[in-house]
Design a protein around this ligand. Structure first.
Ligand code: COA
Length: 561
């Protein structure tokens, strides 16, 4: 067994390039020509094929490394001399990586003489040796005569039976002509068009590592001065099958797109180097992009559409949406538009429910004495023309409870780092109206009498039902009472009216048996349910708050204490 170090080949002018993909694993059996790694410069990407057949024994680079010519890529173990003996046509990597010079590959043609122009030289663009394939189809043309093109920019795409390849501009310059159209079948050496190089490009040989991966076969009759012969490119093409080379590119695209090792099951992804590079920069997985080019080829425009669609989609953290069901498919329906208040309720309830971790605690207040007291006030109610329901008593009891438990008269600051304690006592009351639920606010509840509270509650409720409430009358609440009154039910879980931190639900008063330690007594009890924001209030706080209410409502004299 012999070990060989495989090194980074000549980089076609680039001093340092990035390793963007490692295509083999340690211990993997590798064939000659199989891609080992992919390198990328700021202009193009190139694959480094294996110069040997053997087994990988230690990879010296990792994705993201920047490497130079001669750096070790990996060590390979070769069984005997046979493998390396079979390799001579493909010398270590250099045969397929460095393509520093344009290559005259048209069979039987030598380098054409330069056609000097004011701007540079004219290059004849020719189909490369197709390695045995009779012809390939022009499936995409990305430039027109007169276009200024930059070196490496895709001019057109050719497609064989198995894969496609881009034909990049061999130099910066102006495209003088493209003598083909989409659908044409072209053969090795056929002239495709002409490109006049920019003056600067004409002064120096054209280095084009881009051609290696995108078009190992990109060719031109180059009339550039000092046009170096291109034995490397010729060797590659002569040695391998161009279609197979194209297939490797195609396979690589698939792997890159899927972010995994080569797999027979991977769906093909057609995209050129420029598109792939852009996709990598933005982080777009190519296998999620639908190509709109010929045969599903992914174009730049497809990347734009993909990004637009993704930006328009709900963020990943959004809740899954409720299915949009066609109810008419199951029976007759009627669609009724929501009022503005109802629409606002949709938003407000969702916001509170989603933002506030709710907990609800339940208890019963023995209001037998309160009800007796209220009964006793009936003549006075008539005299004052002011009816006392349980609600004003609840308002008073809540005001006292808020004073005793200031954490309930608070709001959590949006940054979640502070609690805003309110030194005033405004309480909202939920009012059911034909237009929807409205919550007017009674101000300074702690400073008002039961009579005042009763009158104000009624006035606000009437205003709410007659759509006369002003915005200011619905703002500033510290706490909310939602009384279902005599509507029914033994309890419910009201939703906190955020940024308030708690809400009291009141259900229907009923006579229930209460154990006094010796016997069951028939008592009038009021079901209470306290929902609270568990970020601010813990269960013990809530238990104390609710017990306080139960005690005060059970014995109104305690309001004097
Ligand atoms: N149990 C039994 N009866 C009750 C009661 C209770 N908890 N609360 C009130 N009542 C009685 C009242 O004493 C009154 O009786 P009466 O007519 O014999 O005197 C009757 O129910 C109607 O009271 P109401 O007119 O509703 O006054 P109120 O002061 O109790 O309530 C409002 C005023 C505005 C809160 C109320 O009318 C209302 O709209 N409640 C609905 C709130 C709501 O929809 N909440 C749910 C939000 S999700």
């Amino acid at each position: 067994m012999k070990r060989e170090s495989v090194k980074v080949p000549e980089l076609g002018g680039a001093s340092e390039v990035e390793v963007i993909e490692i295509a083999v694993a340690d211990g993997a059996a590798v064939a000659i020509g199989q891609t080992l790694i992919t390198l990328e410069s700021d202009k193009a990407s190139m694959e480094v094929p294996s110069p040997l057949a053997g087994t990988v024994r230690g990879i010296s680079v990792k994705v993201g490394d920047r490497v130079r010519e001669g750096d070790e890529i990996l060590v390979m173990e070769i069984a005997g001399e046979a493998a390396s003996a079979s390799a001579p046509p493909v010398t270590p990597a250099s045969t397929v990586t460095a393509a520093p010079a344009p290559a005259p590959v048209a069979p039987g043609e030598g380098p054409a003489p330069a056609a000097p122009t004011a701007g540079g030289v004219v290059l004849a663009l020719r189909v490369p040796d197709l390695g045995g394939a009779d012809s390939v189809e022009v499936i995409e043309i990305s430039a027109r005569a007169g276009d200024s093109v930059t070196e490496g920019a895709s001019l057109l795409v050719l497609e064989g039976d198995k894969a496609s390849m881009e034909f990049p501009a061999p130099a910066d310059g102006t495209l003088l002509a493209l003598d083909i159209k989409v659908g044409d079948r072209v053969t090795s050496g056929q002239k495709l068009g002409e490109l006049r190089t920019a003056a600067a490009a004409a002064a120096a040989p054209v280095a084009q590592p881009a051609a290696v991966v995108a078009a190992p076969v990109a060719v031109a009759d180059v009339a550039a001065p000092a046009a170096a012969p291109a034995p490397d490119v010729q060797a590659t093409l002569a040695d391998g099958d161009a279609v197979a080379a194209i297939t490797r590119v195609f396979e690589k695209e698939t792997r890159l797109a899927a972010g995994r090792a080569p797999s027979a099951a991977a769906a093909p992804v057609y995209a050129g180097p420029a598109v792939r590079q852009l996709a990598r920069e933005i982080g777009i997985p190519l296998d999620e992009v639908r190509g709109s080019g010929p045969k599903g080829r992914i174009l730049r425009e497809d990347l734009r559409s993909y990004v637009k669609t993704r930006l328009a989609a709900p963020p990943a953290t959004a809740l899954p949406t409720v299915p949009d069901v066609d109810f008419a498919a199951f029976g007759p329906i009627e669609t009724v538009a929501l009022s503005n208040i109802q629409k606002a309720t949709v938003t407000n309830m969702s916001r509170s429910w989603l933002n506030v971790p709710h907990v609800t605690q339940f208890d019963y207040a023995d209001v037998t004495e309160l009800e007796a007291f209220r009964d006793s006030l009936k003549p006075e109610m008539e005299q004052r023309k002011n009816k006392l329901t349980p609600l004003p008593f609840l308002l008073l009891a809540v005001a006292r409870a808020l004073r005793e438990h200031p954490r309930f008269n608070a709001a959590l600051a949006p940054d979640g780092a502070n609690l805003v304690l309110k030194k005033y006592c405004h309480v909202g009351i939920a009012v059911d109206t034909p237009q929807g639920l409205v919550v007017p606010v009674i101000r300074d509840v702690d400073r008002k009498s039961v009579w005042e509270l009763a009158a104000e509650a009624r006035e606000l409720a009437d205003k709410a039902r007659n759509r006369k409430l002003k915005l200011a009358e619905m703002q500033g609440a510290c706490f909310t009472i939602s009384s279902l009154g005599n509507i029914g039910g033994e309890g419910f879980t009201p939703i906190v009216n955020a940024p308030e931190v708690a809400i009291l639900g009141v259900s229907k008063l009923a006579v229930r048996p209460v154990w006094n330690g010796q016997e069951f007594l028939a008592r009038k009890t009021l079901p209470l349910s306290l929902s609270y924001d568990h970020r601010v209030i813990n269960g013990a706080d809530a238990g104390n708050f609710l017990s306080f209410l139960v005690v005060v409502l059970g014995d109104l004299r305690r309001l004097l204490l």
